[in-house]
Design a protein around this ligand. Structure first.
Ligand SMILES: NC(=O)c1ccc[n+]([C@@H]2O[C@H](COP(=O)([O-])OP(=O)(O)OC[C@H]3O[C@@H](n4cnc5c(N)ncnc54)[C@H](OP(=O)(O)O)[C@@H]3O)[C@@H](O)[C@H]2O)c1
Length: 300
């Protein structure tokens, strides 16, 4: 497969979009164009071309994607389903590789795919794979990185440190794969640098495998005076309660986060990756010292 040179990034100022954009620019390997909503307030470096687009218009999208070799979508949750039209525009524009906004759990795991929070990502995959199966030149890659390591600590998703009362799921000893935003950026560079090896499949990447209890121990080691009062929670119960709320009409992000906890800390959802593509993608991984440094910034 020919080398990828021109890359369009969607959502390039978002939580994962910015580090992905930074990694693509720093690699010096690609010519980057950013697609952004016409109504967006996002700001980008002046050196990068930014094209305002209408995500509901295939004409607008196709025109913006002309001459692009690859599309990296880091679109936020509310824009996930709209990627079906972006993908169709990418086909019409002759794009060779499409990376939809995945960047999390492995939804080829059937238990994970069945969780309501992944409904739109599953629909996007189905759309992409059907089109590819029916014959088109475009190819795809799904980047699976587990939970974001630095983001997951900072926002309190992995360990709710702010109130010192983290929800610890089923004893807190389940090992899970986590990846810094910077390493996800490196993984995207790796995919676009190795188009043949990463064609029409998921790539798996992580920085480290760790448990909630170990994350808390590392926090204690950098700030021994902070009080911790963990609250034990049971993932099976979390899912049951979430299902009831969903049945009663709740469908907001707060509820979707409960399903994310199920995917990350539940039994059989594949949150600990067994085989990773770190070497192929050029992602060296992190150590516990790196995690301590994150805690230090937050707690000391
Ligand atoms: N593994 C993890 O721990 C983890 C954590 C968080 C997120 N994620 C995943 O990472 C991906 C990106 O999430 P994110 O949190 O980085 O995204 P985000 O910051 O919420 O949004 C990224 C960008 O998407 C663009 N966008 C286009 N259409 C949109 C729409 N209809 N609604 C909202 N934004 C729209 C916006 O860019 P413009 O303003 O330039 O148009 C926005 O800045 C998702 O697939 C998400 O599931 C994974």
């Amino acid at each position: 497969m020919a080398a990828i040179k021109n890359v369009a990034v969607i959502g390039g100022s978002g939580a994962i979009g910015k580090p992905v954009l930074d990694a693509l620019v720093s690699s010096g390997k690609f010519k980057i164009t950013i697609l952004s909503r016409s109504s967006s307030k996002s700001r980008f470096p002046a050196s990068i071309t930014v094209l305002p687009v209408d995500y509901n218009s295939i004409e607008s999208l196709t025109a913006a994607l002309k001459d692009q070799d690859a599309v990296v979508s880091t679109i936020g949750m509310e824009g996930i389903l709209g990627q079906t039209l972006i993908f169709d525009a990418a086909i019409a524009a002759g794009v060779k590789r499409f990376l939809p906004s995945e960047f999390g759990s492995d939804i080829s795991n059937s238990k994970t795919a069945a969780l309501p929070v992944y409904e739109h990502k599953v629909a996007v995959r189905k759309h992409i794979e059907e089109k590819v199966k029916n014959g088109t030149d475009i190819t795809y890659t799904y980047v699976i990185n587990g939970t974001f390591l630095d983001w997951g600590i900072e926002v309190g998703f992995l360990v709710n440190w702010k109130e010192g009362k983290p929800r610890v799921f089923n004893g807190g000893d389940r090992p899970i794969s986590i990846t810094t935003l910077g390493s996800v950026g490196l993984a995207v560079v790796g995919v676009l640098s190795e188009p043949e090896e990463t064609k029409n499949r998921s790539v798996f990447v992580h920085d480290i495998v760790i448990t909630q209890n170990r994350l808390i121990e590392l926090a204690k080691s950098v700030q021994p005076t902070k009080k911790w009062d963990p609250v034990d929670d049971d993932v099976v119960e979390v899912e049951k309660i979430a299902n009831k709320k969903l049945a009663n009409g709740q469908a907001d992000m707060e509820l979707m986060y409960e399903y994310l906890y199920v995917a990350v800390f539940g039994e059989g959802y594949g949150a600990k990756m067994e085989n990773v593509d770190n070497k192929l993608l050029g992602v060296p991984g992190k150590t516990e010292a790196n995690i301590k440094a994150i805690w230090k910034k937050l707690l000391v």
